[in-house]
Ligand binder design. Structure first.
Ligand SMILES: Cc1cc2nc3c(=O)[nH]c(=O)nc-3n(C[C@H](O)[C@H](O)[C@H](O)COP(=O)(O)O)c2cc1C
Length: 393
């Protein structure tokens, strides 16, 4: 494994991942839909917000511990669900889950992961969260929820913003597929990364293991991609939140909310928490950054439920800004994937350590000793222009 101590930022981890992972899988992570405008805005809007410096405050005994869904965590950062973590490095999701467990933060496993629910459960001891895509085959979804329950997943993250796929041009140009298709171009990309290849040859986990072997009549890998992309259910609606919740019997976090009215609907239909997310700029290109809409969503539901944010978090400074606007916690997607690609479990641990240190120093220089006290008083909250609510249809 490389010397990760020399990597000081998430941006440096990204460059290390770029050198370590075949192009098609690195670019699968480092891409947004269409013009990638929303993908860029997620990061650049954070940079527009200034933090308020305070001095002459006693900074001893600082605390980053807080809670998400009532469980104590070591800092307000969770791992977001990300498809094909197991293609950034062999057994990627197991490695990321172990790093999160050691750090004391929540890990969320994607429906479209390479390692299955059972794979992760067998290799970890802390309960993790499971992200659910609702598919047309409701029998499969019922079995999937039951498997998450059997694996003692402590929450379901129900993703509402991907019933239709935003197009990512890079994936098409790269001929991306999971499991990898062996075309001359994809073999060429993989051969340039012999360590990656050797590790992949050492694992049996190469495909969507939550799906393969669990769907009637779909045992053949060639038909898997076609099955999956035809399966995202376009009829998904708010009533399904209650259906999912009843089947699971535990907390359901609704992910993919970017609109005030949707936030209210999510809570009224039983969401135990809401993630303000635009899927990391991978779905509606042209949608606002999440940090820009967070204030209006906090205003709408912040007193009734916990609100989390993802999309664009790259540093502890970004975490503080999300918390200042009222988020109870944040999620990281790509930073975790870059950590995996660059160094597996140790890479994810290094990403978490980088963010933790940045968060602690930034909090202190803002004059705060306890993360739970961070609020609007810590930022210049008019740095991002307030969004005027769209007119009713
Ligand atoms: C490569 C990749 C795969 C993703 N797969 C999923 C997924 O399977 N389910 C899901 O709900 N979100 C998925 N997401 C979205 C993330 O959960 C999260 O919303 C997003 O990555 C946050 O933005 P960030 O990458 O800027 O941190 C994925 C994101 C990326 C980058």
């Amino acid at each position: 494994m490389p010397n990760l101590d020399k990597i000081l930022t998430v941006a440096e981890m990204k460059e290390k991942a770029r050198r370590s992972v075949p192009k098609m899988f690195f670019e699968y992570a480092d891409s947004g839909s269409y013009t990638e405008g929303t993908y860029r805005a997620n990061e650049s809007d954070f940079n527009k917000i200034s933090l308020r410096q305070k001095v002459a405050v006693n900074l001893e005994g600082r605390n980053l511990k807080t809670s998400m869904l009532g469980k104590t965590i070591t800092m307000p950062v969770a791992i977001a669900p990300a498809a094909t973590g197991g293609m950034q490095i062999a057994d990627g999701e197991i490695k990321a889950a172990k790093a999160a467990e050691a750090f004391g933060i929540p890990f969320t496993l994607s429906t479209m992961s390479v390692c299955s629910i059972e794979d992760v459960a067998e290799n970890t001891s802390a309960p993790f969260w499971f992200q659910l895509y609702v598919m047309r085959d409701r029998g499969f979804i019922e079995r999937l929820i039951d498997r998450a329950k059997a694996a003692k997943c402590s929450a379901l993250v129900l993703t509402m913003d991907l019933q239709i796929l935003g197009q990512r041009h890079k994936d098409i140009h790269n001929g991306l597929s999971t499991p990898p298709k062996f075309t001359p171009y994809s073999i060429f990309q993989m051969m340039q990364h012999p360590i990656w290849c050797a590790r992949m040859l050492g694992t049996k986990r190469h495909t969507f293991r939550n799906i393969v072997g669990h769907v009637d009549g779909n045992h053949d890998l060639a038909s898997l991609s076609a099955w999956t992309s035809s399966q995202f259910d376009p009829t998904l609606n708010w009533a399904d939140v209650a259906w999912v919740k009843k089947r699971f019997g535990g907390p359901v976090i609704v992910k993919g909310v970017l609109d005030r009215e949707d936030a209210i609907a999510a809570v009224e239909n039983g969401a135990d928490a809401v993630i303000v997310s635009n899927h990391g700029g991978r779905q509606l290109d042209g949608a606002p950054s999440t940090i820009r809409v967070l204030p209006e969503i906090i205003d709408a539901i912040g007193k009734r439920t916990e609100v989390y944010l993802d999309s664009g978090i790259r540093s502890g400074q970004d975490v503080i800004k999300a918390l200042a606007y009222g988020a109870k916690g944040t999620f990281i997607g790509r930073p975790m994937l870059y950590g995996l690609g660059a160094g597996g479990q140790a890479g994810v641990a290094r990403v978490l350590e980088i963010i933790r240190k940045e968060l602690d120093t930034t909090m202190a220089l803002c004059g705060e000793r306890d993360i739970v006290n961070v609020g609007l008083h810590n930022i210049y909250s008019n740095d991002i222009p307030p969004r005027r609510a769209p007119l009713a249809p």
